[in-house]
Ligand binder design. Structure first.
Ligand SMILES: C[S@@+](CC[C@H](N)C(=O)[O-])C[C@H]1O[C@@H](n2cnc3c(N)ncnc32)[C@H](O)[C@@H]1O
Length: 314
C-alpha cells in the first residue's frame, strides 16, 4: 500500500466527529497538506455537498488530484494563505459554510523533502517557505535580521533559553560569510549551546528551527487573521475545528475563540446589560481534545496536538 493511504491524519476521528458533516453541506479544509482529513470529509459528501481545500503550498495542491481523485467533482482547490479565508469564500460566491478545519503547522511531505529546508536532519539551502512564491526565506532571516530580532524570535517562537547565545553566534558567523545551508545553521546552533544542553533528548536545533520557520511563514499572525475571517463565515450551527501543535498557536486559538464566545461585556457592577452583545460561538469542549495514547504511540508527531472546536450560534 502506498504511503498516502497508510498515512493517518492527526486526530482524524475526533475532527470528523467535531465537524458534524452533513452530506449536502459546504466544508472548507484550510490546510489540505496530503489530504488525509480532506479525503474523509469528501467521501462523506453527496448531492450538492462541496469541499473547498486550501493550502499555501502549491505542492500540496499538485498532489491533491491523485489523493482526492474520485471525489474531485465536489472539490475546489485554492492556492492561498488561509488568512484570506473570508476573501476566498467571497471569490467563490459562497456566503457561508457548515464546517471548517485547520490542521496547523508543516506537513510530513514538507519535512520529508529535504530540499525544502525545514529539516535539521537533511542538508539543504535555508528556505523553509511553505509558499515558494513568497519572498522571505530562512536564509534572509538568519543573514539579514538584527541580532536583537533573531534573539527575540528564537526566544518567543522557539522558547529557546539559549536564544541570546545562538543569536550572537549567528551574527558572528555571518560576518565572515553568509550562512547558506541547514546543516551549517545546525553547527552554529550547537556551537553556541553549553555542552549539557547538547545531551538533552530533543535535537539541539529543534526549537531554533521552529522559531525561524514561524518567522519565515508569519505563522502566528496568519492564525489570528484566519480566526477573524473564519468565524463570521460559518453558517448557524457550523463548526470550526483547529488543531495546534505548540503552546503559542494554541494560546492564539484559545484566546481568539474565547473572545467570540463572550457575551455581555458590560462592567460587572452594571445592573442591566447595555452593550447588547451576545456570543457568536459556543465552545463545544471546555478543554482541548488530545490524541489517545494509542495514537501517540503510532504517530509520535501527534504528541503535542490539541483540537479546539467551536459552534456558530447565529
Ligand atoms: C499539518 S499539514 C496538514 C495535513 C493534512 N490535514 C493531512 O491530513 O494531510 C499543514 C498544511 O497546511 C499548510 N499551511 C500551513 N499554514 C498555512 C496557511 N497560513 N495558509 C494555507 N496553508 C497553510 C501547509 O502548507 C501544510 O501543507
Amino acid at each position: 500500500m502506498s504511503e498516502m493511504y497508510t498515512h493517518r491524519p492527526v486526530l482524524l476521528d475526533e475532527c470528523i466527529e467535531a465537524l458534524n458533516i452533513r452530506p449536502e453541506g459546504i466544508y472548507l479544509d484550510g490546510t489540505l497538506g496530503r489530504a488525509g482529513h480532506s479525503r474523509e470529509i469528501a467521501r462523506r459528501l453527496s448531492g450538492s455537498g462541496k469541499l473547498i481545500c486550501v493550502d499555501r503550498d502549491q505542492a500540496a495542491l499538485d498532489a491533491a488530484q491523485e489523493r482526492l481523485g474520485e471525489w474531485m467533482d465536489r472539490v475546489t482547490l485554492v492556492h492561498s494563505n488561509f488568512d484570506r479565508v473570508s476573501e476566498i469564500l467571497d471569490e467563490l460566491g459562497i456566503a457561508g459554510v457548515d464546517g471548517m478545519l485547520f490542521d496547523l503547522g508543516v506537513s510530513s511531505p514538507q519535512l520529508d523533502d529535504g530540499s525544502r529546508g525545514f529539516s535539521y536532519m537533511a542538508d539543504a539551502p535555508l528556505d523553509m517557505r511553505m509558499d515558494r512564491s513568497e519572498g522571505l526565506t530562512a536564509a534572509d532571516v538568519v543573514n539579514t535580521w538584527s541580532q536583537e530580532e533573531l534573539r527575540r524570535i528564537l526566544f518567543q517562537y522557539g522558547e529557546e533559553r539559549y536564544a541570546p547565545l545562538i543569536a550572537a553566534a549567528i551574527v558572528r558567523r555571518r560576518e565572515e560569510r553568509p550562512i547558506e545551508t541547514t546543516l551549517e545553521l545546525v553547527d552554529i546552533i550547537k556551537g553556541a549551546m553549553p555542552a549539557r544542553a547538547l545531551k538533552e533528548k530533543q535535537h539541539p536545533a529543534k526549537r531554533s528551527f521552529q522559531a525561524i520557520r514561524i518567522a519565515v511563514n508569519d505563522e502566528l499572525s496568519s492564525v489570528d487573521r484566519m480566526l477573524q475571517g473564519a468565524v463570521p463565515k460559518l453558517n448557524k450551527g457550523g463548526r470550526l475545528a483547529v488543531i495546534t501543535f505548540h503552546s503559542l498557536e494554541d494560546r492564539i486559538v484559545k484566546t481568539g475563540l474565547g473572545e467570540f464566545a463572550k457575551g455581555c461585556i458590560c462592567p460587572p457592577d452594571f445592573p442591566v446589560c447595555v452593550c447588547g452583545r451576545t456570543p457568536d460561538v459556543k465552545l463545544v469542549n471546555k478543554k482541548p481534545i488530545l490524541p489517545s495514547p494509542q495514537e501517540i504511540e503510532e504517530n509520535p508527531r501527534a504528541r503535542s496536538a490539541k483540537l479546539r472546536v467551536a459552534e456558530k450560534l447565529k
